[in-house]
Design a protein around this ligand. Structure first.
Ligand SMILES: [Zn+2]
Ligand SMILES: [Zn+2]
Length: 455
């Protein structure tokens, strides 16, 4: 561990002090009361998520020390909770990480279209709670779009065998008003790949998309009927409805060269559903500003503290459930995945090689004409998303590079991790930082509302 005496220029990393935010204080004051009031109904992982969130970014629970070899400057970086549902910092970090990984290591330089599929209220409940069911429905979406793209490719190429789609789908469980609303955002490469990894562009009309929607509606209702989740009459009635509740949108298309646009789209698809910046204190409760007006015109949610925690609890995804899935040539078991992802802009060398090509790098170039620099990388395994350093991620979010020394601009290094209570106390005492963690308010009996959250 670091000896406190070596912290010659004490400087605490101050980019984030979660305990000073309204959101943190709301959880800090209300959690125990909420747990007591609904103990029976709270899954273990939900309680765990709230409790680890209260430790996220708090130095008293441990930290890393960054140090500049050139001038001796150092600062401390608190650990994060890696929460999947409510932590504003960790969910934003996940969004940035996954979008950066997909752009840099997965999606080839080809056009990508976003396909958004939502469902009638009547069947959303089943999709929300049954992962094997929503996997089947996702397969229906992907195979229907794949069939449609095969119909839309130039006739000469249609006969090629094994034309495959390439896609990543994000499973969104909630709407903008924090309401349960299961739907899919699929980012699908706008074209097909053959078994050699050659790319075939497609073109189609809006009417074509409508046909895909109809096909999906029929297949999904058939699936529900076969599983006994819908009566035969109900399924037939729903097929007759003019506005079926199924909606398939595919208007957003990102061009092959627009990698920043692709990253923005992927961030949107992977975004956290809850934003602590939209939360405001209002007397003994809160108001949550909706990003868009709800269908009934509502712009604001008024929430009592316990209602806020009820809403947040629903947003926490069950453990070990995927938040995004890969399909077709991007699926982990695809025999040509390595060929396709070799065309993502992984390293400056590949960018240069691709720029030197006059034609599109994926457009029917036989393997023999692939630039040497790219060929040699085909067999190389890409780095995993987890290899992203948090510093790079912060740089992508805030456009700063926090591990550059603010005093002399030289790179800084993480030189130690401090986790035991005694050492934490010693270091924090040395730099005059509080070493006791924020106090979590005990459970209160009725009346439950006690604090004034107005700011
Ligand atoms: Zn966190
Ligand atoms: Zn320095």
């Amino acid at each position: 561990m670091a000896c406190p005496e070596t912290l010659s220029r004490p400087f605490v990393y101050k980019s984030r002090q979660p305990q000073k935010t309204l959101f943190y204080q709301a959880i800090q004051k209300e959690l125990e009361t909420w747990i007591v009031s609904c103990r029976e109904d709270i899954p273990h992982y939900v309680e765990e998520e709230f409790r680890t969130f209260l430790k996220c970014g708090i130095l008293s629970y441990g930290f890393a020390r960054a140090y500049c070899k050139e001038c001796g400057h150092d600062f401390l970086i608190a650990f994060s909770c890696k929460g999947r549902g409510i932590c504003p910092s960790c969910t934003t970090c996940h969004m940035a990480r996954i979008a950066a990984h997909l752009v840099d290591h997965v999606f080839p330089k080809a056009p990508v279209r976003q396909w958004v599929l939502s469902f009638p209220k009547r069947i959303r409940y089943f999709l929300h709670h049954d992962s094997s069911l929503h996997s089947c429905v996702l397969n229906i979406l992907i195979s229907s779009v794949e069939d449609f793209l095969i119909q839309s490719v130039l006739e000469d190429f249609r006969k090629r065998s094994n034309l495959r789609i390439g896609a990543v789908t994000f499973l969104q469980r909630f709407g903008k008003a924090l309401n349960p609303h299961f739907h899919f955002h699929s980012c699908i490469i706008d074209g097909l790949f053959d078994e050699d990894g050659l790319f075939y562009p497609v073109s189609f009309s809006k009417e074509g998309i409508q046909c895909v929607q109809e096909k999906i509606r029929t297949r999904v209702l058939g699936l529900f009927q076969r599983r006994g989740l819908l009566e035969g009459d109900s399924a037939s009635d729903m097929l007759e409805w003019e506005h079926s509740g199924f909606s398939l949108h595919a208007d957003v298309r990102i061009e092959a060269k627009d990698r920043k646009g692709l990253e923005r789209l992927l961030r949107y698809c992977a975004r956290p559903v809850f934003s602590s910046e939209r939360l405001q204190g209002l007397g003994e409760g809160f108001r949550y500003i909706l990003p868009k007006p709800a269908p009934d015109g509502q712009m604001v949610l008024h929430l009592k503290p316990q209602e806020l925690l009820n809403k947040l609890a629903q947003l926490i995804p069950p453990p070990r459930k995927h938040r995004h899935r890969y399909h077709g040539v991007l699926a982990p078991n695809s025999p040509i995945r390595h060929k396709i992802i070799a065309f993502a802009n992984q390293e400056p060398a590949s960018l240069t090689a691709i720029k030197e090509e006059n034609s599109h790098p994926l457009l029917n170039i036989p393997p023999s004409s692939i630039p040497d620099g790219l060929k040699s990388r085909e067999s190389k395994k890409p780095s995993r998303a987890s290899l992203y350093r948090w510093a790079l991620l912060l740089a992508r979010i805030f456009e700063i590079f926090p591990l550059i020394c603010p005093k002399c601009s030289h790179p800084m290094r993480i030189i130690s991790f401090i986790q035991d209570r005694h050492s934490i106390r010693k270091v924090l005492a040395h730099i005059n930082e509080p070493f006791e963690p924020p106090v979590i308010s005990p459970a209160r009996g009725p009346p439950e509302m006690e604090f004034d959250y107005s700011q």
